[in-house]
Write a protein that binds this ligand. Sequence first.
Ligand code: FAD
Length: 432
Amino acid sequence: MKTLTFVACVAAVVASAILPAFDVIVAGGGPAGIGAGYAAAARGAKTLVLEKSGRLGGMGVSALVSPFSFCTVSPIAKDIAKRIGFEHSVDFHLADVRAYDLLREAGADVMLHADVLGPVMEGSRVTGVRVQCAEGERTFRAKVVIDATGNGVVAAAAGVPYEEGRSGDGLVQPMSIMFTVGGFDPARRFRCYSEEDARSKRCLVDGRKWEDIVQDEIKAGRLPPEVGVIRLYPGREKGLNVVNATQVNGLFGSRSADLTKAEIAARKQAAQIVDVLRRHLPGYENACIAEMPAVVGVRETRRFEGVDRLTTEDVLSGRTREDAIARRCSFVIDIHNPAGAGQADGHDKAVTGGARRVKPYDIPYGALVPKKVDGLLFCGRCLSASHEALASCRVMGNAMATGVGAGAAAAQAVKEGIDVRAVDARKLNLFK
Ligand SMILES: Cc1cc2nc3c(=O)[nH]c(=O)nc-3n(C[C@H](O)[C@H](O)[C@H](O)COP(=O)(O)OP(=O)(O)OC[C@H]3O[C@@H](n4cnc5c(N)ncnc54)[C@H](O)[C@@H]3O)c2cc1C
């Protein structure tokens, strides 16, 4: 009798842990995940978006990455961005709430504080995900899983081969804490958008170049050499600047021990940077940190092997694709120096119109489809691309566009009862 009761209890626990199946599960609720969840649900798929933090929006919201770069043709992503407050700069106070409402309106379920641990596999097919929820571990089944976690948590655990870092030394782009400063005179708000700005006449402080002032602070040991350039963007509010300056090299955003070091080192740099602003910028004598992000900003981790790949040559030559899911992508190859300060070699040339500026190129659907694993797509900053190509296509608007492509393809696969790799991307109607 006791044994029977025990068996019944175990069966009840197992039944409650394995929940009804979804058509599409999206792991991660950043720009790519929002795009994927919206597109899948709006096209009739029973969709669940799982986000490990308490907020949708990814780097834009949780890491205070303010400038929203939309450098592609994707009418659906453009509309999403506008409706949630990601246009031009991110409204990081309320964009997550709007994104939640938008996803719900489209028919998607959304679960926050749901940390996707890995896939459920049947042979080489992903059939669901294991999730650490607040109440314990649960399993969710789906016909298609879209990995929009940025780091490719599902794809990595499913065994899809990946690369990390640039060729040669294997280093990835640095992690950074972006933060906001307030407490300065809004009439004298200082702007410096780039390394090039910092060494130009546009950013003179008492007749001196901003870059020279920062270099003097480094020589005096009051700033670490990796900081190199202190960029100040105008925030959405008149009295705020967004600061993009901290930089931690040689660490990987796919490893907790490295993330820990990056969080602490970059936050210490933020305090040093505010001290420099106070001492040098007129009107900033009482400047202070207004907002610190919830997490350190991660630019680049795993790049997975897809059936197709966005190559450096593709972005430099402006290659077009029949199976495009994002067209005319045009953001420069923006490589923050993995081994030193400021931008990596070639970046300035890109900004000034030299060799590293891309020619408008397409992102192929095949860059979202893993080579060997079925039932799975990836999108956003973990798609199949070279280090240089990712440095162009990773920006938020374009990441969102790849999410829209993944969500639309997943819904199509469900409708037709085929695997995602058999979807004809030309028929997805993404550009009307
Ligand atoms: C410092 C910095 C500056 C940048 N500057 C710009 C800029 O000027 N303009 C621009 O457009 N872009 C910029 N970017 C790039 C841009 O922010 C990212 O490339 C973009 O956000 C990628 O979108 P994503 O959805 O692929 O990933 P992310 O934004 O990283 O979102 C991934 C989401 O998945 C969630 N997640 C992760 N793991 C799990 C899990 N196991 N389970 C559930 N959820 C999970 C995360 O919490 C997050 O919400 C910058 C990035 C950084 C770090």
